[in-house]
Design a protein around this ligand. Structure first.
Ligand code: RP5
Length: 182
């Protein structure tokens, strides 16, 4: 955690966020109804002890907040932003248009169209403004991708990620062993 602080020298971020240290990741979502999808990403950051903030920013309902959040993100010390939204999911793309930080988009499945509308809204960015898009409702992978992005500059996070991959492998191999007993 001390090592992480060296990568976050700027002022603490303001927000309704969660962990107590200088946030390196901003987790934002269009509505509190997106929270069940986004929380697993926050839990991943907890697991890797990556400080984050978590709040609601709506591209359509709070456009001024969107601009302020995106424009201030670098100066506030954030390193990566995870943005989740459903339906006409413009939030990740608009954030990416207003900050140089990497933006990870999480398409949230709404009440109709199975989330394909959100996926297409987030993934089909124009040339020049990339959003790294994870699968529909996959907040976990957004958290893991954020750790990998940060890990490129923080060696112990690469080690931790390799340990995580080995733990996934062990889980599957344990299931293989169990199946062989059937
Ligand atoms: C989007 O509209 C939000 O990201 C959410 O997925 C969807 C529905 O929002 P609520 O009507 O539940 O607030 O902006």
């Amino acid at each position: 955690a001390d090592e992480l602080e060296r990568y976050a020298p700027l002022a603490p971020a303001a927000g309704s966020g969660s962990s107590s240290k200088q946030p390196l990741v901003g987790i934002i979502m269009g509505s509190d109804s997106d929270l069940p999808v986004m929380l697993p990403g926050a839990r991943i950051l907890d697991r890797f002890q990556v400080p984050y903030e978590l709040t609601i920013v709506s591209a359509h309902r709070t456009p001024d907040r969107l601009v302020e959040y995106s424009r201030s993100a670098v100066a506030r010390g954030l390193r990566t932003i995870i943005a989740g939204a459903g339906g006409a999911a413009h939030l990740p793309g608009m954030v990416a248009a207003m900050t140089a930080l990497p933006v990870i988009g999480v398409p949230v499945k709404g009440s109709s169209l199975d989330g394909v509308d959100s996926l297409h809204s987030i993934v089909q960015m124009p040339r020049g403004i990339p959003v790294a898009t994870v699968a529909i409702n996959n907040g976990t992978n957004a958290g893991l991708l954020a750790v990998r992005i940060l890990g490129a500059g923080v060696p112990h996070l690469v080690d931790d990620m390799e340990a995580y991959l080995r733990s996934l492998e062990s889980e599957v191999l344990a299931k293989v062993d169990k199946l062989e007993e059937v």
